[in-house]
Structure formats: C-alpha cells, structure tokens
Design a binder for this molecule. Sequence first.
Ligand code: UGA
Length: 452
Amino acid sequence: MDIAIVGTGYVGLTTGACLASMGHSVRCVDNDAGKIERLRRGDVPIFEVGLDDLVLATQHAGKLCFTANLAEGIRQAEIVFICVGTPTKDDGCVDLSFVEKAIDEIAPFIANSSVVVLKSTVPAGSARMIKARLARHDRYNPVASNPEFLREGSAVSDFFNPDRIIVGADEGAAAQTLSRLYGSFAARGVPVLTTSTVNAELCKYASNAFLALKIGFINEVADLCEQVDGDISEVSACVGHDKRIGGSFLSPGPGFGGSCFPKDARALVALGRRLGANQTLVERLVHSNEQRKKRLAHRILQELDKPSVSTVAILGTAFKAGTDDMREAAALTILPILLERGITIKAHDPQCSHTGAKLLPDVLWRDDPYAAVANADAAVVLTEPDYHSLDLRRVASLMRGDLLFDFRNHLNGDKVLAAGLRHLGIGRPCRLPSAPKGATAGDWRDIAAAPY
Ligand code: UGA
C-alpha cells in the first residue's frame, strides 16, 4: 500500500520503517528539514534497538523515503498516519495544536480516497473532531484511530509482535483500509480488534493507566514488605502467577517515568475531571508515583552519615533500560534533591550522558561506571542497563563507603554482600555483608548492630 507518515518522532519513524520493511511504500514527512536530511543519510536521531538498520535497509530497497514537502509526501497516499506530538498543557489536558496544525496543512493536498489515521495519543473524541475539522476544508476523508503500543527500547520488536491491533473506525471505508494494512498480522493469528474511534482512543489511555497502576500497586506493596521483613520479588512472582493478574509490570522500582505513563495518566485524570467522571485511582497514582521518587531521595539522605560532604554515584539515569530517554525519569527528581543538600553526584548511563549533561549540568557525568563509583560514599542503581555484569569487588574497592542502593532489585544480592557492600534493595530487607568492606578476619565486628 502507499502510506504517508506525518511526524518522524519515535512513533512515526518506527511505524514508517516497520511498514516499509513489510513491503509497503512509505514516505515520512516532517517540517524539520534538518531532521529529514539526517534521516536521508541514515542518521537516526533516536536510540532504538534495530531501528537504524531497518531505516537503512528500507531506504536502500526504495520502500522508505523522507521528505519535508508535505504535498509530495501525502498526495498519492492511501493512508496518512498522523504521528505528531501531543504534549501536556499546564492543566494536564492534552495539547492538540500539533495535530490540528497537521490536519490543516494536509487538507489542501490530500486525495479524496485517503484514510487519515491518528496514531498520536489523543483524548476520546479527537478523531471525530478531526473529521469535523477536515470538513471545514471541504474534505470528507474517512478518519480512523489506530493507537500504538510500542515500548521504547523494544519498539521494532513490539511492532512485529503485537498482543493486539486496535482499529478504531466509525466508517466502513476506514475499517476496510486498515484491515487490509494489517491483513498479514490477522493471518498469523494477531487479534485485529475493530471498534469505534472513541473506544480506540480510550483503550490507549486505559491500557497505559492500567499498566501504570500495576506498577504503582506493586511499589506500595514493596513498601509494606520492607516493614514486615518480606521480599517483594517473591510476593510479586506469587501474585503474578495468577493468570487473571499476570506477571508483567509487577517489578518494583523508583517510580515509573518516560514520555507516556506519567503524561497519559495525567491526561486521563484531566479528561475525567472535565467530563465529571473522576478517575480517582489514577489521580492517586500520579501523586503516589511523584511522592515515591522524593521518598527514595530522602532514603538515600537518611543513610548517609554527613550528606553535605558526601559523594553519591548514580548508575543509570534513563527512565528505563535500553533507551537514551530521560523524560520523567526518577533521576530528574532524585538527583536535584541530593544536589540541594550539597551532595556531589557522579553519574553514569551508557546512553544518557549527553542528554543528562544538559538536563542536570551540576552532575559530574562519567563514561565508565567504575569512574562514577570512585570515592563515592554510596552508589545507587536507578536504571538497570547491564549493571549485573559489574565487578562488584572492584566497585567496593573503589568506593569510600559501603552503601549500595539497588532501586531496581537488579543486582545479585549475594555478590553485593560478598564484595563487602550493604545491599539496600526495594521491598526487601537491607542485607549486610558478612564482613565489612576490605575487612580481614582479625578486625571483624558485628556490623548488624551498627545503627544506620
Ligand atoms: C509504554 C507502554 O508500555 C507501551 O505499551 C506504550 O505504547 C507506550 O508507553 C506509549 O504510550 O507510547 P514505555 O513508556 O516505552 O511504554 O515504557 P515501559 O516499558 O512501559 O515502562 C514505563 C515505565 O515503567 C518505566 O519507567 C519503567 O522502568 C517502569 N516500569 C515498568 C516499572 O517500574 N516496573 C515494571 O514492572 C515495568
């Protein structure tokens, strides 16, 4: 099929490259001419596993091209995907101005038979609003909603292996065109669920909010575990084995972040308030997630003997492993609180140091985790990019102190203890080494009794 994608951000670019690799002819349009030039050279501006190879291969195969010329990009298209950003306004509502602008700009050039498909995450009713907006330009194209469920870091794999595809269509023509597009998925058993545009739009918010609720819930159970000498990993595994609950998104951590969960949860709350259908659970979740990040900063402060003269190493600053994205990352709440108390922070993240240096200029960014932990009183694992392969004895010998906060329960506790470090995870008892860091048999003391 002939496809145009308007907006070459993370969703647009991934969708475009994946559809092109399935044999469709895809033109990605963006009004940022510099970005288009970079993409033409195969220079993918985001870090996403497998995406750059896919962009290069599909460009070479003549299936994917990039243009800043909107008219040229959309004129022939059977489907025009709208993948522009939908940021949050100050009141938590979704700012639809980029979507509206895109619609006004495509209207003069779009073919009568083209189906306009909203992939941007938009509140319920947006597709119908877009339909009305097109009509103001004397355009009566079918409009559909086709939300995406791609996770950063595994977006390409998620595209090809979806749990389901949602086709929101109020008109037969839109439903038929999208059924054709996703025919090969249906043929291999992927459920392609057709519903109204409003239902599809709500489904995206409900899915993200529900997953975020699972995380928020397990985080609170983890807090409880800490009070009763429980172990959240075991509780979570036992709970998740119930098929009605499911084991995924039950890993505790420093609070969820990223460009989607916090923003979409706030948008659902704002929509509910505006329509008199309060989303009280999600409202509490947004609050408790923010509080959690602050509380963990205070937990670090509590454990340090003299915070104002301490050095803390932060390992992993992205909102999750496998990305270079720090939007709404726990690091953005925790690190400023520590900096305010006069703590020196040295941070390492395999992908984020460039972004991090701009967002947190007072942090000393290091290219190597061992350089980050050198002379640190405490080390904090905030994101889990492969730190389990760290040489923990080397870490311990480089550190001045012996506190290792593992806010992703990512490290092997026995190895942490064997290295002589205290292991402070989430939702499990603090574990103490059998001997202090660097101790010999002669100077062993019962550090379990030491106050901290
Ligand atoms: C999320 C959804 O998972 C995708 O389905 C959706 O398409 C996407 O938002 C979107 O709306 O575009 P993403 O934000 O990339 O994807 O990341 P997730 O893997 O969902 O993680 C979100 C946050 O939750 C991260 O901070 C992660 O560390 C945290 N998390 C996740 C946990 O703390 N515990 C878990 O068990 C899972």
